[in-house]
Design a protein around this ligand. Structure first.
Ligand SMILES: *[C@@H]1O[C@H](CO)[C@@H](O)[C@H](O)[C@H]1NC(C)=O
Ligand SMILES: *[C@@H]1O[C@H](CO)[C@@H](O)[C@H](O)[C@H]1NC(C)=O
Ligand SMILES: *[C@@H]1O[C@H](CO)[C@@H](O)[C@H](O)[C@H]1NC(C)=O
Ligand SMILES: *[C@@H]1O[C@H](CO)[C@@H](O)[C@H](O)[C@H]1NC(C)=O
Ligand SMILES: *[C@@H]1O[C@H](CO)[C@@H](O)[C@H](O)[C@H]1NC(C)=O
Length: 458
């Protein structure tokens, strides 16, 4: 156990200067999306040569990953932002409202925190620090078609989670949401970091006044995976055992009240798939004698297995499982390594979503189908499942990514169109989260009325 106390001045120094401590060498290879891989594999004379280039590029693209979390500040400027919360009353009791179908509308108020008030805001998500000059993207709020989404109310959030443990289970986008939540809560209380693993991928922080614990559990695939090594160098692809759970996160389940489970982007790599120890096919491997089963196949199996483990967990009586649906990456005019960018400065209207969301929407549907079946199996046991169905809202926010403004030293010129700026539209995920927690806390375990649980369009 170790608590790191950093003075405010040290913090800003660290933020300004990505030293090797902040910017450690990371194994978290940068998330790769399907476009990138397709560009990569379509032009091969030899896939292996590409996978080598790919690895070299990756190891640069990776650099700080998402990992410069520093905790432990006694924030004093928070109350200015706090007051604003009272402008919009919670109490959106319309249980029938589909929060996740709507549009972005202008909002003069802007975000609840700034890169000054949030002391834990990570370097790579601090887009304004890295030269993003347009600020219009901060002045939109999500308007569900049938009701209002209340602005994040940190008192009401902390009341619900007091004495509880919440885990963000997934990749660097899970981390991105957790970092947004820390910023939203920073107006009230700044946490102590009580644990961080050597790579800063799994971390725990604690809000002493509310005895609230947040854990971020790193798992790119939810299932057991090992990186494919060719001639001593990592290829960026993985061997995935679709029927073997990644024990590292499952071990922690019994201590968790709220599990926010996500993942997706890492499945778009050239991965090899196994079931029962048998090789069954690949994703994007481009080998003539190997069946390409596609990312959807593996995403489905991984979520099914993960949710089954939660359902079968005998010593997790209090867990509420919330699946955060697929978050689209939004490169335009190229893939991540072929000059793709995301330079838009305002949201899309619902009508402007291309192909009804295309594959992003397809992966979301797979995830929803899995949590739906898990709920049906789990309801007898009183297990609770819910969703943060962010896909549609985020399909309209190609303006919310760091783009070129992520402080990258080694990969100048490469855009990040996968993660989300802080502050930014990802803060809305936590507005959704609060409403889901409210809904769940009104239906305490034992008296659940399943069936109408997921309020959202399929
Ligand atoms: C934060 O506040 C606590 C008590 O209010 C104090 O013990 C601690 O030293 C403070 N930490 C910093 C970094 O100022
Ligand atoms: C915060 O954002 C402003 C732009 O709004 C930028 O000038 C400043 O450098 C940033 N400060 C920190 C500490 O990130
Ligand atoms: C804090 O919460 C944990 C459960 O998460 C509980 O076991 C513990 O007793 C609580 N501590 C205090 C001081 O209330
Ligand atoms: C691996 O190393 C062997 C021996 O050095 C070489 O023949 C082979 O081409 C290498 N394979 C790749 C994919 O680089
Ligand atoms: C596919 O073919 C290649 C080359 O012919 C061979 O090295 C590889 O083992 C084969 N893979 C499978 C799964 O049969």
């Amino acid at each position: 156990m170790h608590t790191e106390i950093t003075s405010e001045r040290d913090q800003s120094r660290l933020k300004m200067k990505p030293t090797s401590k902040v910017c450690r060498r990371i194994h978290e290879h940068y998330l790769i999306d399907k476009e990138k891989l397709l560009t990569l594999v379509n032009r091969r004379p030899s896939f292996l040569i590409y996978s080598l280039c790919f690895t070299i590029l990756l190891s640069f693209y990776v650099l700080c990953a998402s990992n410069s979390l520093r905790f432990a500040f006694n924030s004093t400027h928070g109350h200015h932002f706090d007051q604003r919360n009272s402008l919009v009353q919670p109490g959106n009791d319309d249980e029938k409202c589909d929060l996740f179908t709507g549009r972005w509308i202008r909002d003069v108020r802007g975000p609840l925190y700034t890169n000054f008030s949030c002391k834990t805001l990570p370097y790579q998500r601090n887009c304004l620090l890295h030269g993003r000059t347009d600020k219009d993207f901060l002045h939109w709020r999500w308007k569900p078609d049938q009701c209002e989404l209340p602005v994040f109310n940190l008192r009401s959030f902390l009341n619900i989670v007091q004495g509880k443990t919440m885990a963000f289970i997934g990749d660097s986008l899970a981390r991105n949401q957790m970092e947004s939540l820390l910023c939203l809560l920073s107006a009230e209380e700044t946490p102590n970091q009580v644990y961080r693993d050597a790579e800063d991928r799994t971390a725990t922080c604690h809000f002493p006044r509310h005895n609230f614990t947040i854990i971020v559990l790193w798992t790119q695939f939810l299932v057991s995976a090992s990186e494919i090594i060719v001639n001593g160098s990592a290829t960026g692809g993985f061997h995935l055992h679709l029927d073997k759970i990644d024990e590292s996160w499952v071990q922690k389940l019994s201590a968790i009240d709220y599990a926010i489970i996500s993942d997706g982007q890492w499945f778009f790599r050239p991965n090899y798939l196994y079931e029962g120890g048998r090789f069954v096919g690949c994703i994007y491997c481009q080998e003539t004698n190997v069946t390409d089963l596609g990312p959807g196949f593996a995403i489905q199996k991984a979520f099914r297995l993960a949710l089954k483990h939660i359902n079968d967990c005998n010593n997790c009586p209090r867990i509420v499982t919330i699946l955060r649906t697929f978050s689209p990456s939004q490169f335009e005019n190229g893939g991540w390594n072929t000059g793709g960018t995301c330079t838009r400065t305002s949201p899309l209207a619902p009508e402007e979503i291309k192909d009804g969301g295309g594959l992003d929407w397809y992966y979301r549907r797979i995830q929803l189908a899995e949590i739906d079946s898990a709920r049906k199996l789990g309801e007898k046991k009183g297990n609770a499942f819910d969703i943060l169905d962010v896909t549609r809202a985020m399909l309209m926010r190609p303006d919310g990514h760091p783009g070129l403004h992520w402080g990258n030293q080694w990969m100048k010129g490469y855009s990040d169109c996968i993660h989300w700026c802080l502050p930014g539209p990802i803060d809305t995920w936590n507005d959704f989260l609060l409403q889901v927690l409210r809904r769940q806390s009104r239906n305490p375990l034992g008296s659940r009325t399943h069936g109408s649980r997921f309020i959202g369009r399929r």
